[in-house]
Every structure is written in C-alpha cells, then in structure tokens.
Design a protein around this ligand. Structure first.
Ligand SMILES: C[S@@+](CC[C@H](N)C(=O)[O-])C[C@H]1O[C@@H](n2cnc3c(N)ncnc32)[C@H](O)[C@@H]1O
Length: 257
C-alpha cells in the first residue's frame, strides 16, 4: 500500500481524524510504521493484524507503546479483538472468502462497538488479484469457497496459469481468472450487494489497485474527505491510470497482448 501513502492514504486519514486505525496484513511493516507515526502524533492507536509479520513486533511495541496493538493472528480471528476502527486498511490474504468475511466482520464489530462504519481501503483490486484468488494459507479457506489453485505464475493476457515463469509463481494462485467468488474486487462487489451500509466505491487502478470504500454516513460528517475521494472518481482519469498500469504490468511481466 506504500505507493498510495503520500497522495491518498495519509491525506484521507488526516481529513478523517480516525479513532483507531486497523491494518490487516503488515508484512515488513512499511505502511504500519507510517500509520504508527501518524497515530502517535494524533493520539490514536493502530491495531495491526498479521499471522506472520516480517519485522520485530516486540521492538516496535517498545518504541510505540500504547499506540501499537499487534494481533499475531489471521484477520478473521484478530478482528474480534479490535476495540476501535475509524479506518481499516485491508491487505492480507487476497482471496474472495477472506476479504468478503473481513468486510462482514468489520460491520459486525462496528455494530458491537456502537460506532459508525469506517473508511475502508483495500489493496489488490485490479490485476492480478482483483478477479483471481491468492491463498497464503489455502487450508484456512473452506473447500467450497476455494478455487482450484497451483503454485504457478500468472500472465496478464491469459486466464489459466503458466507452466513456466509468470508473475508470483511461488504463490498459491487460482487456476483461472474471473467467475463467481474469485478475487478481491469480486469480494468487495459481493459485500456491497448485500450490506445495509451505503458506500461510495472508488477504484484507483494504479500499482495493483486501491479501492476506497467511503460510507455515506462518514461522507456527510467529513466533507473534506468526501471531496478528496470524489476527486479520484473521474472516469477519464481512471481510464488513463488503468492504461498506465497495464503498460507497467506488460513491462513487469514481459507479456504481449
Ligand atoms: C502484501 S503483504 C502486506 C503488505 C503491507 N500492507 C504493505 O503495505 O507493505 C500481505 C501480508 O498479509 C499477511 N496475511 C496473510 N494472510 C493473512 C490473514 N488471513 N490475515 C492477516 N494477514 C494475513 C501476510 O503474512 C503478509 O504479511
């Protein structure tokens, strides 16, 4: 999520002044540290959730004190322990089942805490994982919700996996792109189709894609945030960024359409 920090994530969080920030998927903590610095300056807290963090959590807890609560758990367990969520960043296991249920659980937890729906940001909503599942831990996804998968690489110009090479070949990737219950953006759309909360969904299709889910209730309370989000919701700009992203991916993968 790091490339989105200076122009999107930080300004949105500054407009929002969230009570509690939740980060699902910290990895080496590059975004986590920025969230922690912002939270500390504003007197709020970051709950980070990751079963396999790639940084020294204890050292960071000593450095940031009460600002930092870490849950070394998968999101669908760790979210139950979060006690404040003004903003939620989702960048953990990029598959339909996990993301759909993360969104549902955020909603349930907000109802339990008696708070308004949060600003939700999700990474990986365009190629390669917008319409294709990735499984960090395939066994954590019930078989009926899991696509056939293989540790094989992905191409931007074909649905099936490649026998040799390709993008992210070491990861468990769904065997095909598209169809129902496949991919992060599909999970977002399916969640939106059934929730009683109302959101504005804006997709910024750069660097694997960032989705912004801005609840109507929040937009009404935070006009500067609503205006900032609306500025990214322009079809011509979206189309342009999309084209640039596909050109970047073609260079990254060596694929020719
Ligand atoms: C793409 S990385 C996150 C990158 C990070 N957000 C950043 O901006 O640098 C994905 C992370 O999600 C974690 N992860 C995988 N499954 C998860 C789950 N079910 N719940 C929470 N985190 C998960 C992985 O351990 C990994 O560290």
């Amino acid at each position: 999520m790091l490339p989105f920090w200076p122009d999107l994530i930080r300004p949105m969080l500054e407009d929002l002044e969230p009570h509690g920030i939740v980060e699902i998927g910290s990895e080496s903590g590059r975004t986590t540290r920025l969230l922690l610095e912002l939270a500390r300056a504003r007197g709020t807290r970051v709950h980070a959730i990751d079963p396999k963090p790639a940084f020294d959590v204890a050292a960071w807890q000593a450095e940031f004190g009460d600002t930092f609560v870490f849950h070394r758990l998968p999101s669908l367990i760790g979210l139950h322990a979060v006690d404040a969520m003004g903003a939620v960043l989702i960048d953990g296991d990029h598959n339909w089942y996990t993301v759909f249920h993360e969104l549902k659980l955020v909603e349930t937890r907000c109802a339990e805490l008696g708070v308004l729906p949060p600003l939700i940001l999700l990474h990986d909503v365009v190629w390669p994982y917008g319409r294709r599942d990735l499984y960090y831990d395939p066994d954590s996804v019930p078989a009926q919700f899991r696509q056939p998968f293989a540790r094989k690489g992905i191409s931007p110009v074909q649905s099936g996996l490649l026998d040799q090479g390709g993008f992210n070949a070491s990861m468990c990737n769904a065997a095909h792109e598209g169809g129902s219950r496949n991919g992060v953006l599909t999970a977002v759309e399916d969640y939106l189709a059934q929730t009683h909360w109302r959101f504005r969904l804006v997709v910024v299709p750069a660097v694997f894609g960032l989705a912004i889910l801005l609840p109507d209730a929040l937009a009404a309370n935070k006009p500067a945030l609503a205006q900032r989000v609306a500025a990214w919701d322009v079809p011509e700009i979206r189309k342009f960024i999309e084209r640039m992203e596909m050109a970047r991916i073609a260079m990254l993968t060596g694929a020719r359409g």
